[in-house]
Design a protein around this ligand. Structure first.
Ligand code: URA
Ligand code: CA
Length: 435
């Protein structure tokens, strides 16, 4: 088999066989096929597309390029949740404790933030002492005893995806449904979950800019998951404005704690209830989504979810006293208001740009080597649909550098669209895709 023939075939719009897909992934992972040939194939796939069979075969070839985690030592049905990436998306920190409090085992492999989206591990490191470094035995032991552990993704899970994703990133071939679906699903399958709940974001702050594109991606991923015996459900949710109010590491952890105390932003809480009830349902701890929702609400009212967060933070070496005394979290030196010079209604908050502005303040990484500042970020004060008067505070910038703060204030003002009328009705949840 020759890579040249695969490129030619796809360039001419033909289907690749399972053997051909396995050949290219195996040999690319081993270093036998150069980047330039794979770049050409990615571009051919981008233009000529792959069908569902090819996409499923690509996914499993990527899974088989590395280790597959064996979580069989964990009791119960393991449900993983994955978001396609949003701005200010703190759901994992809220959902993890809520569903774990109901006895659903959550064995989460997480990543660090890159670009305009944040990472759960960075956020958790706002707790002094918290660490994701632990042996496999400890990880599994923690999930069995307290039902919740967060680990760092190890190097040997889906190594082909690492190479492919980096290559796609610099060759303008990221936004293809088959390539995104196989990239995401391969990592989830290799991470050993029995069931997967996907949060597919739609809007300007997401990979998928339209509901049609998001539903297409969701259908593709749900079909891959169910084809390989991992029951998979996808929720399509809004990312046309940041989720909740806070964007930034310690700021988002505080927002998650507020939410677990029953005082969080409405959109964040509602999304957590929707994703969480599907997790509880897939784990067979409830008979209906309605029942699961009631059970989740009870974990907030009784305080069991908040206690679960404390248990989890302490079990991974973190100082859980921060939860009762949030003043202990890293705090920025300056808090600067963003003042509105318009009046009317907020019709849009450009989510991706808000994420990038937070990154420039130091909350995120421009490159993998960047060092982040846990304290800084943005807290929105007005969201889509809110009325605004001249002089109102749109948002607060938390910064450790006054020059950067002023720059952020100017940019945030530009990314709020204020008009005299607001009549759109953009839903938080667009729909649920099941098999
Ligand atoms: N997230 C991934 O993990 N892979 C993609 O291709 C796109 C988003
Ligand atoms: Ca948030």
């Amino acid at each position: 088999m020759r890579m040249y023939d695969l490129i030619l075939k796809k360039r001419n719009g033909e289907e690749l066989s399972r053997e051909e897909i396995n050949f290219f992934i195996e040999n690319y992972t081993n270093g036998n096929i150069p980047d330039y040939q794979v770049s050409a194939l990615m571009m051919a796939i981008f233009f000529k597309k792959m069908n569902s069979r090819e996409t499923a075969d690509l996914t499993m070839a990527i899974v088989n390029s590395g280790d597959i985690l064996d979580l069989s030592a964990i009791e119960g049905i393991k449900v993983d949740k994955h978001s396609t990436g949003g701005v200010g998306d703190t759901t994992t920190l809220v959902l993890g404790p809520m569903v774990a409090a109901l006895g659903v085992p959550v064995a989460k492999m997480s990543g660090r933030g890159l670009g305009h989206t944040g990472g759960t591990i960075d956020k958790l490191e706002s707790f002094n002492g918290f660490s994701v470094e632990m042996t496999n035995e400890k990880f599994i032991g923690n999930v069995n005893t307290i039902k919740l552990a967060v680990g760092a993704q190890t190097g040997d899970l889906a190594p082909a995806d690492k190479k492919l994703y980096s290559l796609r990133d610099v060759t303008a071939t990221v936004d293809n449904v088959s390539l995104i679906a196989s990239s995401i699903m391969s990592k989830k399958i290799a991470a050993g979950a029995d069931c997967i709940v996907l949060d597919v974001k739609v809007g300007e702050g997401a990979f998928m800019k339209t509901p049609e594109a998001a539903f297409e991606l969701a259908h593709e991923m749900v079909s891959i998951g169910n084809n390989v015996n991992r029951e998979t459900i996808a929720i399509i949710s809004d990312m046309d404005q940041p989720l909740g109010f806070a964007v930034g590491n310690a700021l988002e952890v505080k927002e998650a704690i507020d939410t677990l105390k029953g005082k969080g932003p409405k959109d964040l809480f509602e999304l957590c209830l929707t994703l969480g009830s599907n997790m509880v349902l897939l784990a067979k701890k409830a008979n209906s989504a309605e029942e699961a929702r009631e059970m989740l609400l009870e974990t907030i009212e009784s305080g069991s979810a908040l206690n679960k967060l404390k248990e989890f933070i302490a079990a991974q070496g973190g100082d859980s006293s921060y939860i009762d005394d949030v003043e202990k979290f890293p705090k920025a030196q300056y808090v600067v208001p963003v003042i509105s010079d318009d009046e009317g209604y907020v019709t849009k908050i450009h989510a991706e740009n808000i994420g990038l502005i937070a990154m420039e303040l130091g909350a995120g990484r421009a490159t993998k080597e960047s060092v982040i500042d846990l304290a800084v970020g943005i807290v929105l004060n007005k969201k889509r649909g809110d009325s605004v008067l001249k002089g109102d505070v749109l948002a607060y910038v938390h910064a450790n550098d006054m020059e950067k703060a002023n720059e952020a204030v100017r940019k945030i003002q530009k990314n709020y669209v204020i008009k005299s009328q607001y009549s759109e009705n953009i839903p938080l949840i667009y729909g649920v895709v099941t098999k």
